[in-house]
Design a protein around this ligand. Structure first.
Ligand code: PMP
Length: 316
């Protein structure tokens, strides 16, 4: 686990990982929004860049280019700032404005391509990545993404579970699928029967029904079934769907009830994980993650007073 506390470091990248595991409403949630740059994606950004450096694919002066719905862009921008690379984030319009601003805050350039879904950005980033002096990590295809989750995040969760407990189920939305597949592989080593549940928005049911439509669970269901998920699909037991409205409502409740200010995918993850607990009582240790911070959604959801919404009678 990373040396997050108690020691002096010269790099914020040493604070990636080592996040808390909370038990909430009968499920275990890994609090990944506490990572530097505000999301779980700090893990794969650091890992993929350091592996590329080891393999000689990335050299001083190079530019990193990546297609993203935002969080990986923010995370890679942070890593690029620390390590002195130039960063070009290729992302669709129509996602939270904070995602764009945060990458720019880290000194990255942002190229807009497409709307909401990442399909067009993906093609553009891949093409740019083939130019001399550019490196495209390719998070949706990369086995390094899976590897980080199998070797680091998965074992971290296993070490944090109460003594004697092994995971019975893992419930996660699919952006790249790297977290579900990689953590799932780590869990299978301690419990071969652990059940893996993918979650997707009910409005854009891409894995189950091939639909691609608008939804508000930003960071998952980006407009295609990613290569990682396709390659490892046989590991996945089931696919659940959660509506965007339910995800956003649950996100707001998490902040007010537990002080956990996170994004819509966290709300959707909690709802889906609780549904698994209810529908499969034999699955007692159900694990999920709260992937990104709520500050990223201030303009979309939190700029209006919420007194009526929360039923706070003392304010009326
Ligand atoms: N939630 C959020 C907020 C995300 O940004 C992502 C990744 N884009 C995920 C969930 C899903 O993670 P993965 O890419 O590992 O499937």
């Amino acid at each position: 686990m990373a040396a997050r506390f108690g020691t002096v470091s010269d790099s914020i990248l040493d604070a990636v990982g080592g996040t808390p595991l909370l038990e909430i409403e009968g499920v275990y949630a890994k609090i990944e929004f506490l990572n530097p740059s505000g999301s779980i994606k700090a893990r794969i950004a650091k890992y993929m860049i350091e592996r590329a450096e080891q393999e000689g694919l990335l050299k001083p002066g190079d530019t990193i280019v990546e297609a993203t719905s935002g969080n990986t862009g923010n995370a890679l921008s942070m890593v690029a700032a620390v390590k002195g690379y130039r960063m070009l984030v290729v992302m669709p319009e129509g996602l939270s404005s904070e995602r764009v601003a945060i990458s720019r805050a880290y000194g990255a350039d942002v190229l807009f391509c497409g709307n909401f879904h990442v399909n067009e950005a993906l093609v553009r980033a891949q093409r740019l990545g083939q130019q001399p002096g550019y490196f495209c990590p390719g998070q949706f295809e990369s086995e390094w993404n899976v590897e980080e989750n199998r070797l680091l995040l998965g074992p971290e969760i296993l070490a944090q579970l109460p003594p004697g407990r092994v995971p019975d189920a893992l419930v996660l939305g699919v952006g790249t699928g790297g977290t579900l597949i990689g953590v799932g592989q780590a869990f299978r080593e301690v419990n071969p029967n652990v059940r893996l549940f993918a979650m997707e928005p009910s409005e854009s049911c891409t894995i189950l029904c091939g639909e691609i439509a608008a939804h508000t669970i930003e960071g998952i269901s980006d407009g295609f079934v990613p290569g990682i998920f396709q390659r490892h699909a046989t590991l996945v037991n089931d696919v659940l769907s959660v509506s965007s409205a339910d995800a956003v409502r649950e996100m707001k409740r998490l902040a007010r009830s537990y002080g956990l200010f996170c994004g819509p995918s966290s709300g959707a993850h909690l709802l889906a994980a609780k549904r698994v607990r209810e529908n499969f009582p034999e699955l007692k240790t159900v694990v999920t993650a709260f992937c990104d911070e709520g500050e990223k959604y201030l303009h979309e959801y939190f700029m209006q007073p919420a007194a009526v919404d929360v039923g706070a009678t003392h304010f009326r």
